[in-house]
Design a protein around this ligand. Structure first.
Ligand code: SF4
Length: 250
């Protein structure tokens, strides 16, 4: 699954850009999901007094409203982007309005170039939005009009956006690639590295502590595999080819 963010200046055409991208991705046969980051502190989609609201008040931690035309999943807390992405199983997920993730990004700009400048960073691979009515290149970045050049924009998305990395949030780093997550994603965007340069991606072993997946480099993976093979070899039902899943509860 591939994910990228479209962020930028207020009223610069982010949602329009995303609409055009989604249409073009769908035209190419991809399944597409999307996330809209809401910046209003009091935002709630559920209505006070509704049956789903009453479930929530009673303490339900995940409420599903199943209608004839749509199914809405309500989780009464703000989730991180890493966690949200686990709910998707699509070819592409487009995230609107999130700048603090380690994901490739399209920056939307308006007529005030200073505001665009302030948001430019190493994870940006294209600029779009209202600014594309004025120019076609800015600070070395291609400026692409999502309406008239949706194909060109999606060509670039296909080229630059890889499957999501183990971490898309914050700057967690195990250092096993000799770099950090953000630097590696930046190199991937520039074509100087590939996703498989991440030791965590190469690993067949995943370890989750609480809600957080931690990096397992090749050294730790080899140790764990050797240890488990010796341990489980004493069990009659153990098949070395099978996937092993262990959960240790508090
Ligand atoms: S090896 Fe992977 S998880 Fe570790 S710092 Fe590099 S990119 Fe991040």
């Amino acid at each position: 699954m591939k994910a990228f963010s479209v962020f930028g200046v207020t009223q610069s055409g982010k949602t329009t850009t995303i609409e055009n991208i989604i249409r073009e991705l769908k035209k190419r046969g991809y399944s597409v999901g999307s996330v809209k980051n809401i910046h209003y502190e009091d935002f709630l989609i559920d209505v006070e007094g509704s049956n789903t609201w009453r479930h929530k008040q009673a303490g339900s931690e995940m409420i599903v409203a199943r209608g004839f035309k749509e199914t809405d999943i309500l989780i009464p807390q703000r989730l991180g982007i890493d966690r949200i992405l686990r709910y998707f199983d699509h070819d592409y997920v487009v995230i609107e309005g999130v700048s603090d993730t380690v994901l490739p990004k399209i920056l939307c700009g308006g007529s005030n170039f200073t505001e665009t400048d302030a948001r430019l960073n190493d994870l940006v691979f294209a600029i779009s939005g209202c600014i594309s009515n004025q120019i076609s290149e800015y600070q070395g970045f291609p400026v692409i009009n999502s309406l008239s050049e949706a194909g060109k924009l999606v060509d670039l998305i296909e080229e630059k956006v890889t499957d999501i990395m183990p971490f898309v949030e914050g700057l967690e780093q195990c250092g096993a690639c000799g770099s950090n997550c953000r630097e590696l994603v930046t190199k991937i965007i520039k074509g100087e590295a590939t996703r498989s340069d991440c030791a965590f991606v190469k690993s067949r072993t995943t370890v989750t502590v609480g809600q957080k997946e931690i990096a397992v480099d090749s050294w730790l993976e080899a140790k764990l595999e050797a240890f488990l093979a010796v341990l489980f070899s004493k069990l009659d039902s153990y098949d070395p080819g099978e996937q092993i899943k262990i959960t240790v509860r508090k």
